[in-house]
Write a protein that binds this ligand. Structure first.
Ligand code: PLP
Length: 405
C-alpha cells in the first residue's frame, strides 16, 4: 500500500521507503510530492469546469505556448492533446491516415512498426507494435500492419519496397525502445535510412516519445540524439509528470493544413483545462530547476554505476540507453546470448527481488529481448540514490538467478 511519495521515494503504509528507480512506469520526472502541481490543477478547476476542446482557454494556450517555445522541434506549432500515451499514439496513426486522405491517396492505410516495439493498448496501437506478451490473444482484432527490424536498415528498405510505398501512410518508432526492448538504440545509419525513405515516399514519420520525451534521456526528445527527423512527435507520461493524465500529438503546420477540410475529431477530454494547467506546472518545474540537464548528468552517473555493477556479470548481455533511461538485458549465457527459458519468468523474479530490497524497477522484454529491466528514476534522484539503484539491482539479480536454479 503506497500512501505517499517525496522526491524519488515512495512511502508505504507500514513505514518503508521504496526507492522509485522507474518513476512508476517511467512517468515521474519532477519527483513526488510536488504540491504546486496540485495547486495549479485546483486553481484551474475552481475557476470553471469543462470547456469544449475546440474553444481556447488560458490554460490550453499557456501549455501550447510553452511546448512550442521550449520543447518541440523547430517548426512544430500544432498540438492535439489527449489523456495519455495510448490515445496519443493511436491519434498519430489516425493522423497518418487522415493526412494521406487529405492528399488524395485513399489506398494508403498501412502504418509500419518495428520489431520489437510498444505503442499502447488500443487495438490500433497494438497492431502497429510488436510486443508478443501484450498482444497475445488479441491477434484476430489487429490490422496486419507491416513490421521492420529494429536495427537493420537494409531490412527496412526491403519491407517498404515489398509492401509498396503507395500503400503506406505512416511509420511509427520509439527513438529508444522502452518496455518491449529495454532501451534498444539503433544506429545513425538506421535512422538516416528511415528518415530518407519516409521523405522520398511522403510517409508520415512518427516518433513515439511517450517514454523518452520531456527530458528523460537528457535532451527534450530522444530522436534528437540521432539523425531521426520525424513529422509527428507523440508524448505522454512525462508531460504530466505522473500527476495528470496528459498526452500530446505535435506536428508542423504544413501537415495539419492537409487535415483542415476533413477535420480531426477530438476526444471529450482532449486538453481538459485543469490537466493542461497541471502539465504546464510540471513543465515549468522542469525548466526552472534545469532538470533536463540534471537527467543528462545524473544519467551519466547511472550508466557508470550500472556498467560497474553488470559489465562482468555472467547473466547480463548489455547495459544500454541514454540519460535517466537505462536498460539491462538479461540472458542465461553472456557469450552466446542464449536467453533464459521462456517459462523461467526471470524478469518478474528480478523485479520482485528488487522490491524486497526497497527498490522499484520496471520489467521489459519481447521478441529478441526475452528478459530486461528498465531503470528510469525521477530526475531529482540523488547521487547516493543512483548508487543504491545499481547496488540493490545487482543483489536482486543475483538472488533471482540463484533461486531460478
Ligand atoms: N508508447 C510508448 C513508447 C510507451 O512506453 C507507452 C506506455 O508504456 C505507451 C505508448 C502507452 O502509453 P499509456 O500507457 O499512457 O497509454
Amino acid at each position: 500500500m503506497i500512501v505517499g511519495g517525496s522526491g524519488a521515494l515512495l512511502h508505504t503504509a507500514d513505514g518503508r521507503d521504496i526507492l522509485d528507480g522507474a518513476g512508476g512506469a517511467i512517468v515521474g520526472n519532477i519527483g513526488w510530492g510536488r504540491g504546486e502541481v496540485a495547486d495549479a490543477v485546483h486553481a484551474a478547476m475552481s475557476s470553471g469546469g469543462y470547456v469544449l476542446p475546440v474553444w481556447p482557454t488560458p490554460a490550453r494556450l499557456a501549455l501550447l505556448d510553452t511546448l512550442v517555445e521550449h520543447w518541440l522541434p523547430e517548426g512544430f506549432s500544432q498540438v492535439f492533446f489527449t489523456s495519455g500515451g495510448s490515445e496519443s499514439t493511436d491519434s498519430a496513426l489516425r493522423l497518418a491516415r487522415a493526412y494521406q486522405l487529405g492528399k488524395g491517396r485513399p489506398e494508403r492505410w498501412k502504418v509500419v512498426g518495428r520489431h520489437p516495439s510498444y505503442h499502447g493498448m488500443t487495438l490500433g496501437t497494438m497492431a502497429a507494435a510488436s510486443h508478443s506478451g501484450r498482444q497475445a490473444g488479441y491477434e484476430p482484432l489487429l490490422l496486419p500492419f507491416p513490421k521492420v527490424p529494429w536495427d537493420d536498415p537494409a531490412g527496412v528498405v526491403e519491407v517498404i519496397e515489398r509492401e509498396d510505398p503507395a500503400t503506406i501512410a505512416g511509420f511509427i518508432a520509439e527513438p529508444i525502445t522502452g518496455a518491449a526492448g529495454a532501451c534498444l538504440v539503433a544506429s545513425d545509419e538506421y535512422w538516416r535510412t528511415v528518415t530518407e525513405l519516409c521523405r522520398r515516399h511522403d510517409i508520415l514519420l512518427i516518433a513515439d516519445e511517450v517514454m523518452t520525451g520531456f527530458g528523460r534521456t537528457g535532451v527534450p526528445f530522444a530522436h534528437q540524439h540521432q539523425p531521426f527527423e520525424p513529422d509527428v512527435v507523440v508524448g505522454g507520461k512525462g508531460l504530466g509528470g505522473g500527476y495528470v493524465p496528459m498526452g500530446a500529438v505535435a506536428t508542423r503546420a504544413d501537415v495539419a493544413e492537409v487535415l483542415r477540410e476533413r477535420g480531426f475529431m477530438f476526444f471529450t477530454f482532449t486538453g481538459t483545462d485543469a490537466m493542461c494547467a497541471g502539465a504546464a506546472a510540471v513543465l515549468d518545474i522542469l525548466l526552472r530547476e534545469d532538470l533536463v540537464a540534471r537527467a543528462a548528468s545524473m544519467g551519466e552517473r547511472l550508466h557508470r554505476r550500472l556498467h560497474e555493477a553488470f559489465d562482468d556479470h555472467p547473466h547480463v548481455a548489455e547495459v544500454r540507453g541514454r540519460g535517466l533511461f537505462a536498460g539491462i538485458e538479461l540472458v542465461r549465457d553472456r557469450a552466446s546470448r542464449e536467453p533464459f527459458p521462456s517459462g523461467s519468468k526471470l524478469t518478474a523474479s528480478v523485479v520482485g527481488q528488487a522490491l524486497a530490497r526497497d527498490l522499484w524497477v520496471y520489467p521489459a522484454g519481447s521478441g529478441p529481448v526475452r528478459d530486461g529491466i528498465l531503470v528510469g528514476p525521477p530526475f531529482v534522484v540523488s547521487e547516493e540514490q543512483v548508487d543504491q539503484i545499481a547496488s540493490r539491482l545487482r543483489e536482486a539479480l543475483d538472488a533471482a538467478v540463484s533461486r531460478s536454479g
